[in-house]
Design a protein. Structure first.
Length: 256
């Protein structure tokens, strides 16, 4: 049975408002921005790519005044881009075969431009949303994050990346039209990288959703799917959970 190696990369931190991330809460929150490197005998993949370096100095110019004011980008500094994190782990960003985007928000697809030779693997409904100007504006997808001339593999539903069941895209729609998570089979067992289908462990346990959701009912169904995977023995890696992230070993050590 084939397995893959999984490495965690912290691509900076983002400050925000907790009330936007989980219903019924308030105050500030500090969010890790994760990317994951998956190494398989048939190639290398990244799950999400963090933010574009322009967010360090001019976030409002890239994302608009509203988003530029909504978040604090001071935790995204020199060395925090996905390319810099890869190089620090002695990996060449130009030798990544696939970028699997959970979805196309700026903190998950902003670094796509820094991984120039990869094929983007995205759910078709997410890619279509990003190409529809009205829907993209509604769900917060920026053309600058997705239009870099990459080869695009737009998939529908589950997709077996290497053809052996070790790295599988799992649709977890709701946060955006075509959000997906990623199952990775390692030597220690199965991991599910939830992306923003599940910001925090509390999101899963308490079923309290973020403030901004494309489809609430679909997101709740996705949480049910993640719960079933966890009950089946998978370990969930939550999207932006700072407490959980403290216990995740960083590259070059394996994450799990």
């Amino acid at each position: 049975m084939s397995t893959a190696r999984l490495y965690a990369l912290t691509c900076g931190w983002l400050g925000g408002r907790l009330k936007d991330m989980i219903e019924g809460e308030d105050g500030p929150v500090r969010l890790p921005i994760p990317s994951y490197l998956i190494e398989h005998p048939k190639g290398r993949a990244l799950f999400d790519t963090g933010m574009h370096p322009q967010c360090r100095e001019a976030p409002a110019a890239r994302l608009g005044e509203r988003v530029g004011r909504l978040f604090d980008f001071s935790g995204y500094g020199a060395g925090d881009s996905v390319a810099e994190r890869l190089m620090a782990a002695d990996r060449d960003p130009g030798r990544i075969d696939f970028v699997v985007n959970s979805h196309l928000h700026f903190d998950h697809a902003g670094g796509n431009a820094l991984v120039p030779n990869a094929t983007l693997v995205v759910q078709r409904r997410e890619w279509d949303a990003g190409r529809d100007a009205d829907l993209a504006a509604r769900v917060g997808i920026y053309r600058a994050d997705i239009d870099h001339g990459h080869k695009v593999l737009a998939v529908e539903g589950e997709h077996d990346l290497f053809g052996d069941g070790s790295v599988v895209c799992v649709p977890t729609y709701g946060h955006t039209p075509g959000h997906q998570s990623l199952k990775v089979r390692t030597e220690r067992g199965e991991v599910v990288l939830t992306g923003d289908a599940c910001y925090f462990c509390r999101t899963l346990r308490e079923r309290r959703l973020p403030r901004f959701v494309f489809d609430r009912e679909e997101m709740l169904r996705s949480l049910d799917r993640l719960t079933a995977l966890e009950r089946g023995g998978a370990r969930l890696f939550f999207g932006h959970d700072a407490d959980f992230w403290k216990g995740v070993p960083q590259a070059p050590a394996p994450a799990f």
